[in-house]
Each structure stands twice: as structure tokens, then as C-alpha cells.
Design a protein around this ligand. Structure first.
Ligand SMILES: [Zn+2]
Length: 335
């Protein structure tokens, strides 16, 4: 590949050769300064409350020389060393410049084969990086919904994509149809709930028709007690509302009622379902095992879609670094 380019290069007049070399140098320095900016952003976000040890939380941290051009720190309490990226998805990689491009492609929602082609990395690396980022984003967790809360489920066909053994049923061709009519145990339920301030919860919540206790396990801790729940007329939600002692507005679409009192409806949630399914189509079946990661990915894109592209990248980057740091602190608190 490069030899072809080199041959063409050799045929250029000297002036053009000079221009070409200068352009290459410019690209190289701009990649370097992008990476420097990227690392300093991560540092400021992770240590926004002051420099602390990423292993034990101690603030007795000193600078400890440089390794591979990166600042290292040492903790005087646990004696461990770390750098700005330790314990983030980017920590330990020798290819930070690829990471930057990788995050960009994630904001654009690229599929793995496309990423492999663009970045010339192995598909298993691309897969591993994706879930490293998504696990970190997921570990930030959900925020509490308040006020008018719309909630409803949508269903996807269960997918064992990527699993070698399918024991409980015959394997099905990609995009196949469910064996039974209506909602069956071969369908995965996705619960989406959102308030009118733009907070969204979107999680996998079991197989077949959703039960009140499944709703409770996904939403239970994330609903402010002064909220008003807005759903269809399904009994699972009636039970759930009663359990949480929430005022409950039900929408009976079968009777042609879509909005009540000009304000209570579930149209935001239903439109979210449609967009989510359309977005998931590109992956040609997402393994049920990884579904939550994809749901958090889509949620991230939705929450940030009004930001300029550069800021979306930054937000994903910092989100995934902040997330892993947060998880470490949580683990410490639990210990
Ligand atoms: Zn420490």
C-alpha cells in the first residue's frame, strides 16, 4: 500500500514533494496536540476535586517522573503508581491516537466491520474497546426521574448472537420471526421511562410480558416520590403505581385517547422506542447479553445529540473516564 504512494510521490516535482512532506508533518503534530489535549481533559475531569490516588483515594500523591512521555504519580499511602489514564478504558493502551478516532466513530454509531476497515484494527479489539467504553458509560448509572414520568416497554426478539451454544431452543436465522404470536418468552422487554426534563432510563427488563416486580427492579430506586406516573392501561403499571404510592395517569390508546388533560401522554417514550429500534437495525441483531450496553450507548447519543460533534466526542470520552473512576470510589465505599 505505502509503496504505491511512495512511487507516486517519486514522480512529483520537487516543489510538490516539499509541500507533501510539510503536509505530513502538520498532520503528525496535530495528532500529537490532539492527544495532549485529550489527556489534559481527562486529567481535569478525573481530578476535578483535586489530585487523588486512583487506587485508594488518598490525597497524599506526588509526581513520580515520566513513563513513555506520560506523567506518573505515586501514592504515599498505598505506594502504588498511576498515570492520568490508569483505570479508565484508555489506560494501558499503546494506541491513544486510535482511541480518539475510535470514540469519534462511536459517536457516529459505526458498526464493528466499518470500524475495523477505518482504523485497521482487529475485530476482537474493536469489540473489546466498545464494551470497555460502554461498561464505563453504564457505570455512571441512572439519574432520578421527577415530575411527569412516561413509561412503557418495547420488545425485541431474543438474540444469542456471539454465543457458541444455544441450549434452550433451536437456533434461529438472523432477523427470524418469533415462534408464537404476541408477546412470548422469546422476546426481550426493554423498559423506557423519561421525565419532561430530559432524564431517561432505558434498560433491559426480562423476557416476555413485563411484570410489576420487573418494573420495580428497574425503576424502583429512580422515581422521585412526588412524581406522577403516566403509562398505558396495563395492569403491571397499576400494580407498580400502587406499590410506590404514585398518582397514576393511564392512556387508553385502544379507545382512541392519546392525551389526557393536554399533558399526560406517552408519546415521547413511544417515539424513543421507534428511534431506538431504527438505530439498532444497523447492528443486525444485538446479543441480548450486551443489550444494556447498547441501550446506554443510544441513551448517551440521545442526551447529547444537540451538542456540536466535537463536544459529543469530548462528552463520551470524559463520560467513560469519569465512570470508571466513579466505580472505583463506589467499590471503596462499599468495602
Ligand atoms: Zn493510594
Amino acid at each position: 500500500m505505502w509503496k504505491k504512494v511512495y512511487q507516486t510521490f517519486n514522480h512529483l516535482p520537487d516543489v510538490e514533494k516539499d509541500k507533501f512532506i510539510r503536509a505530513l508533518e502538520r498532520d503528525k503534530t496535530s495528532i500529537k496536540s490532539d492527544i495532549a489535549k485529550f489527556i489534559s481533559n481527562i486529567r481535569e475531569t478525573r481530578f476535578s476535586e483535586g489530585l487523588g490516588c486512583v487506587h485508594c483515594g488518598s490525597t497524599a500523591v506526588v509526581r513520580h517522573g515520566k513513563y513513555r512521555g506520560r506523567q506518573r504519580y505515586k501514592c504515599k499511602d498505598c505506594f502504588k503508581t498511576f498515570n492520568d489514564m490508569t483505570n479508565t478504558p484508555i489506560g494501558g493502551t499503546h494506541k491513544p491516537h486510535l482511541w480518539l478516532q475510535y470514540i469519534e466513530l462511536m459517536v457516529e454509531g459505526y458498526t464493528l466491520p466499518k470500524i475495523v476497515k477505518r482504523l485497521n484494527i482487529h475485530i476482537s479489539t474493536a469489540f473489546y474497546w466498545r464494551h470497555k467504553v460502554l461498561n464505563a458509560v453504564r457505570s455512571i448509572g441512572d439519574s432520578v426521574l421527577q415530575g411527569v414520568i412516561e413509561s412503557d416497554e418495547t420488545y425485541l426478539l431474543e438474540s444469542m448472537k456471539g454465543s457458541k451454544h444455544i441450549s434452550h431452543r433451536k437456533s434461529r436465522k438472523r432477523g427470524g420471526v418469533a415462534p408464537e404470536r404476541g408477546i412470548s418468552k422469546s422476546q426481550v422487554s426493554i423498559l423506557v421511562a423519561m421525565d419532561r426534563n430530559g432524564n431517561i432510563i432505558s434498560r433491559k427488563n426480562g423476557y416476555g410480558r413485563t411484570t410489576a416486580s420487573e418494573i420495580e427492579s428497574v425503576l424502583g430506586d429512580f422515581i422521585d416520590s412526588s412524581s406522577i406516573l403516566c403509562t398505558d392501561t396495563a395492569t403491571n403499571y397499576k400494580k407498580f403505581a400502587k406499590l410506590k404510592k404514585l398518582p397514576h395517569e393511564t392512556i387508553n390508546a385502544r379507545k382512541g385517547i392519546y392525551v389526557r388533560k393536554h399533558i399526560y401522554h406517552i408519546q415521547h417514550v413511544n417515539s424513543y422506542h421507534n428511534q431506538l429500534k431504527r438505530w439498532l437495525d444497523r447492528f443486525q441483531g444485538v446479543s441480548t447479553r450486551w443489550l444494556d450496553n447498547y441501550l446506554y450507548w443510544f441513551r448517551f447519543l440521545q442526551l447529547n445529540k444537540k451538542l456540536p460533534f466535537e463536544e459529543q466526542i469530548n462528552s463520551l470520552l470524559l463520560g467513560c473516564c469519569r465512570g470508571s473512576n466513579y466505580a472505583t470510589i463506589e467499590e471503596l465505599r462499599a468495602a
